[in-house]
Design a protein around this ligand. Structure first.
Ligand code: MCF
Ligand code: FE
Length: 406
């Protein structure tokens, strides 16, 4: 048993002062050091640096590791030019992205406090790295293919990748999962089959949805920038599905939808009524010119995610949280900070079906220590100061084992 002591602990009841956490692989109790020592007299006491806060490990629910080679190759600013640049540069970006590069980005995530993430995998090339790293990975095998002619072949390839991710050992902490790329890029016949695979195997399910204005226009009217795109690359000129039809395909299975920036209030209410959730990617949305998700208006659970380096500049969760503070500039900042911390911990864990994300008894002991440069004036300010000041966390524990720190 270990007992970790800090000035503050982030618990489901908020920040508590002068307490400690007792844990082995799982969390056993949160209480004063004296009472914990009375129960666990042989426990190892770990004292954190002054002005430290213990958080549950942060969870980045949506990231594309395979695109980690992008620095300046892809065009940022507007969605369709970006997508064109993905088509033009994808092969080279994939070639330049080796295990070493993906491993480095996983380390960067770890140092920012990310102990679990959802990897959206187009080709399965990051599976080896995801098995080696200490973090928990929900491995979302992506299905893509709008052209009926190639759909069966692409679906077969998808099934092979699902199988490979299912054969990972328990020790690897990889959970196999399914990702539907998007309503514009997946044919409804294979979409339905893939949703069935997720359901039958109780796998987490995710999809990009209503990210750009161009996507909305294409799905609603079959016009706009996507028309040129499909004519140019795929020799088609009509969308394969509608917004309604796409949403209905997920009616009976809670799904994690990335972006949803262009969804209407009615669509968001519908998603909420079916138990779905949103991966909110503030920097990705800003960099691709997609707009702002109105988080103050939504009543469905959301996480905060980095997306890939294909539409971002880092995979740090704290960089993302700082960006969210700036993007949602009309929301009172203390309340926003508290909401964002919850979104990136307990809400994210619930969305991905992981037994972590909360510092309470019986949760897996995935913990991080954030050390502030000075003591906050009140505990109501701890969330904001943590987001503002943290570039790297000072300690990381996964399932009770120290992975990073002094
Ligand atoms: O989330 C961002 C923007 N929206 C859609 N797709 C991607 C994102 N980052 C990477 N992608 C990938 C996606 O997984 O780009 C490809 C897919 O494989 C786009 S379709 C050619
Ligand atoms: Fe994405």
């Amino acid at each position: 048993m270990k007992i970790l002591v800090a000035d503050y602990i982030y618990t489901p009841k908020g920040f508590v002062e002068y307490q400690a956490v007792a844990f082995d692989e799982k969390i056993h109790a949160v209480n004063s050091l004296e009472s914990l020592l009375a129960t666990y007299p042989k426990a190892e006491i770990i004292r954190t640096a002054p002005h430290s806060v213990i958080y549950p490990g942060f969870i980045n629910t949506h990231v594309h590791l395979e695109f980690s080679a992008n620095k300046t190759s892809l065009e940022y600013g507007s969605f369709m030019p970006w997508l064109d640049s993905v088509i033009a540069n994808r092969d080279e970006l994939m070639q330049n992205c080796d295990n070493k590069m993906m491993q480095k980005e996983c380390d960067n995530m770890l140092h920012s406090g990310i102990t679990a993430f959802g990897a959206i995998s187009s080709f399965g090339t990051e599976l080896e790295v995801c098995q080696k790293i200490p973090q928990r990975v929900v491995f979302f095998n992506e299905l893509i293919g709008s052209n009926a002619q190639y759909a069966d072949m692409l679906y077969g390839d998808f099934l092979e990748r699902v199988k490979a991710s299912q054969s990972c050992s328990r020790a690897s902490r990889v959970t196999p999962a399914v990702a539907i790329h998007s309503p514009y890029s997946v044919h409804p016949v294979i979409l339905e089959k893939a949703v069935t695979v997720a359901k039958q195997n109780s796998m987490p399910l995710s999809a990009h949805f209503l990210e750009s204005q161009a996507e909305r226009e294409w799905l609603e009217n079959g016009t706009g920038e996507f028309k040129n795109f499909f004519e140019k690359y795929f020799n088609t000129s009509t969308p394969v599905t509608t917004i309604e039809e796409f949403m209905h395909a997920f009616d009976n299975y809670p799904t994690h939808f990335a972006h949803c920036v262009q969804a209407t209030k009615d669509e968001l209410a519908y998603l909420s009524s079916k138990g779905h959730s949103i991966a909110h990617c503030p920097r990705s949305n800003r960099y691709l010119g997609c707009g702002r998700l109105k988080i103050e208006e939504i009543d469905l659970p959301f996480s905060v995610a980095t997306d890939g380096l294909s539409s971002n500049d880092s995979l740090s969760i704290f960089d993302e949280l700082r960006a969210a503070l700036m993007l949602h500039n009309d929301i009172p900042i203390q309340a926003l900070a508290a909401q964002l911390i919850k979104a990136a911990t307990s809400d994210a864990a619930e969305i991905l079906g992981l037994n972590c994300g909360k510092i309470e008894a019986d949760r897996l002991a995935d913990l991080v220590v954030v050390t502030l440069p000075d003591l906050p004036q009140t505990k109501e300010e701890v969330a904001l100061w943590s987001i503002i000041h943290t570039k790297k966390v000072s300690e990381v524990y996964i399932e009770g084992e120290k992975i990073y720190g002094k």
